[in-house]
Unconditional design. Structure first.
Length: 109
């Protein structure tokens, strides 16, 4: 109870300072959430269980919400191409990964 009361107090202080507080499943304030271009898609991804970072990255792509399917399968790409893709999305430890590990990391990121 004491912890919940502290959250309420912080929430009241945030409101007093002019912050908009959105009711959500997590306690994180909106100001701590990444900037999102497609809010509907972001929320749908979060409800599916995506991490904040991944949901934000997907929702902020220039063609967010549009159909894809133009990229080749990971298995058809070279290890170097997979490494570059892993680098672009910020996968750590990619330099020591095998092709199979890079594919798994890209699919689960």
């Amino acid at each position: 109870e004491e912890r919940g009361e502290r959250r309420e107090e912080r929430g009241e202080r945030r409101e007093e300072r002019g912050f908009l507080i959105k009711k959500s499943k997590n306690i994180m304030a909106d100001r701590d959430r990444p900037s999102i271009k497609n809010d509907d898609q972001y929320e749908a991804l979060r409800e599916k269980g995506y991490r904040q970072e991944k949901a934000a990255r997907i929702a902020n792509t220039p063609n967010a919400g549009k159909k894809g399917g133009k990229a080749s399968d990971y298995e058809d790409r070279t290890k170097e191409e997979l490494y570059e893709q892993a680098k672009n999305v910020g996968i750590e430890g990619r330099s020591t990964m095998s092709k199979k590990e890079l594919i798994e990391a890209l699919r689960n990121n």
